[in-house]
Design a protein around this ligand. Structure first.
Ligand code: PLP
Length: 284
């Protein structure tokens, strides 16, 4: 069955789908995106993703994008046409097509692209043994809270992780605090079992997985705090883990080649992973 993509109002074979060379997403990375998990044919935490999408559009002052109801229809149609039961749907909205000029074009209208694909379940070895991260300087701009398609610093960071044989790179700000991973949020559990996530300031993307987990933590009465934490603190942590739409919740068992605690996934991490997966199963 051929893959189908949606590009600006038209469903097209994926291999032929294309945007104009003067699309501002292509030329300036002037656009936003979302990746939503599909489980059992349903979209996981769709509302949270759409709220974040609207916020990203507002922050970049992109006006006139498709409203939620028709957008939801397109997402479902792309999922249906690609027969995706478990996978992801990707959506991207650029400011539109216009002769190249940095300032906003007067006449352009937003261009929506949607694709969907099946994904393999998270690798069981990564769940059982945890994954490794390296730490690298955070060289990104100061509005990482906006989910823009401008991801080149994240691309370089992830590649550095790959070349170091690590799953992820945790980025570190000028004060020595970990901001987040290149495509995941970073968490630690302290020696006194406090679960710590950096607050959703301008230096991290407020992950939907993070938001959903925080809601579970609050409901479950866990000892949870939002505050910055340093690399030193992370390396001395009892447990560490990461979250994202595509990785869900994975234990981090090594930071810069040093084992976290005894180097095995933490018990609390495993419990939270189970809680999060139950939430996913419920919402799907
Ligand atoms: N942080 C960054 C920089 C990301 O790119 C992502 C996901 O792509 C996340 C965090 C996790 O966000 P979510 O849980 O919404 O997938």
């Amino acid at each position: 069955m051929p893959r189908i993509a949606y590009v600006d109002g038209v469903y097209r074979p994926h291999a032929e789908a294309a945007v104009h060379i003067e699309d501002r997403g292509y030329q300036f990375a002037d656009g936003v995106y979302e990746v939503i998990a599909i489980r059992g044919g349903k979209l996981v935490d769709e509302e949270l993703h759409l709220v974040r999408l609207r916020r990203s559009l507002m922050e970049l002052r992109i006006e006139g994008a498709l409203a939620d109801a028709p957008l939801k229809f397109v997402l479902r149609e792309v999922i249906r046409r690609n027969a995706v039961v478990d996978g992801i749907v990707y959506l991207q909205i650029s400011r539109g097509i216009a002769p190249r000029d940095h300032a906003f074009p007067k006449a352009a209208r937003p261009i929506l692209v949607v694709t969907a694909r099946r994904t393999r379940p998270v690798n069981p070895t990564q769940v059982d043994e945890g994954v490794s991260v390296i730490t690298i300087p955070d060289i990104r701009w100061q509005r990482c809270d906006i989910k823009t398609i401008s991801l080149v610093a994240n691309v370089l960071g992830k590649q550095q992780a790959r070349e170091a044989g690590a799953y992820e790179a945790w980025m570190v700000d000028g004060e020595g605090h970990i901001t987040e991973g290149t495509s995941t949020n970073a968490w630690i559990v302290t020696a006194d079992n406090q679960i710590v996530s950096r607050g959703a300031d301008h230096h991290i993307l407020d992950g939907v997985t993070r938001q959903a987990l925080i809601a579970l933590l609050r409901r479950g009465g866990y000892n949870f705090v939002e505050r910055p934490f340093t690399v030193t603190e992370a390396k001395a942590a009892r447990e560490a883990f990461l979250t994202s739409t595509t990785s869900d919740l994975l234990p981090v068992t090594s930071i810069d080649g040093q084992p976290v605690a005894n180097g095995a996934p933490g018990l609390l991490t495993q419990k939270l992973r189970a809680d999060y997966l139950a939430h996913v199963a419920e919402s799907a």
